[in-house]
Design a protein. Structure first.
Length: 334
């Protein structure tokens, strides 16, 4: 019988091998992974669980909250309050940081998450996911919002769960990227894609092309070349995918290469794109770089950006290194 490595076994072996995975961080990852199992279970019930449709409220982003957005947020908050390894949490669904209730001990880590990303796809049964990022709190029991405002290079772990045909957890603790598939019979995350790598070149790009008239010239130049294919400067054909669920689109990029783009555009200079830096772009950038890819905002390495606000947005170009470098160069040349 083939020996299958579970997430628990992988994390214990990582701790032993690298001496860089503290027990508290290992516990935190296990708790988040267990919460993602519960979220995946609720997602998979769909209409049978009465969890589809709108919650009748808006989140801090002004977006209509789906019932599953609220349920997923509660699952992550409740799962992570008691462990004693967190100083505080931050969520896309909460305007302010979420302190650890006084009845529980505090720890040194900060957990940030988008509890259910891609929620516009929930009601149409298209893959969605949970994204999380882990930082250390520099301020211990005096943790404030300011404690969270650290560059992505300060992340000690990041990952996502994708609720699709398979439920998968993709994780980095700074020593490469590993993919785990949920064995529903055993309830275990099983290592199925060890050391995931993003090919440096690709023939596949992901962007919401309906925004083309709003793009800045470097993006228009880059996408036009891809669309010209073999008849144009690139001399080869490209294919396009857009699932409108960052977790699903990025999972494809980490699995077979590609470039994922959500650029800033001319509509609102104060809003550099749609995606959030701290709990979408940074964790995905950490995973992408750990898998040999690149991630910029068109000009800067995403993980070098020092946040000014918890929910600030950032333009995202991530994936196959040679394509990210090309579109970034086009921004420099503009
Ligand atoms: P659009 C989902 O709402 C999300 O935040 C990401 O998961 C996804 O990549 C993007 O927005 C899709 O945006 O404008 O194509 O609907």
């Amino acid at each position: 019988m083939q020996r299958r490595t579970t997430l628990t076994q992988y994390l214990i072996e990582q701790q032993r091998k690298t001496q860089k995975l503290p027990a508290d961080l290992r516990l935190l990852i296990e708790v988040v992974a267990r919460a993602c199992k519960v979220i995946g279970y609720n997602v998979s019930k769909g209409a049978l669980g009465g969890v589809l449709g709108s919650a009748g409220s808006e989140n801090v982003q002004g977006e209509v909250q789906k019932k599953l957005d609220v349920i997923s947020n509660e699952i992550l908050l409740e799962a992570n309050e008691w462990g004693g390894n967190l100083a505080a949490m931050a969520s896309e669904e909460l305007e302010e940081i979420h302190p650890i209730p006084s009845e529980y001990p505090q720890g040194e880590y900060l957990l940030l998450f988008d509890p259910l990303d891609g929620s516009s796809n929930i009601d149409v049964n298209v893959s969605i996911g949970t994204i999380f990022s882990v930082l250390r709190s520099p301020d211990g029991v005096n943790t404030t919002t300011q404690s969270f405002l650290q560059a992505g290079t300060r992340q000690v772990a990041a990952g996502y769960a994708v609720y699709g045909p398979q439920t998968m957890l993709v994780l980095t603790t700074g020593d490469g990227v590993n993919g785990f598939t949920l064995d529903r019979e055993l309830g275990s995350w099983v290592l199925t894609q060890p050391q995931m790598r993003v090919p440096e070149d690709t023939h596949e790009y992901a962007i919401n092309a309906s925004n083309a008239r709003h793009w800045h010239p470097p993006v228009t130049r880059y996408v036009n070349e891809l669309q010209a294919g073999a008849d144009g400067a690139r001399g080869e054909d490209f294919n396009m995918r857009w699932i409108a669920s960052m977790v699903a689109d990025v999972h494809r990029v980490l699995t077979r290469g590609g470039i994922f783009m959500y650029p800033a555009d001319k509509r609102d200079p104060s809003k550099p794109g749609k995606l959030r830096l701290m709990y979408e772009a940074n964790p995905m950038a950490f995973l992408t770089e750990q898998a040999g890819g690149a991630a910029t905002d068109g000009k800067r390495r995403i993980m070098d950006i020092v946040p000014e606000r918890l929910h600030e947005r950032v333009a995202v170009f991530l994936g196959s290194k040679n394509e990210v470098e090309r579109v970034t160069r086009y921004h420099d040349e503009a």
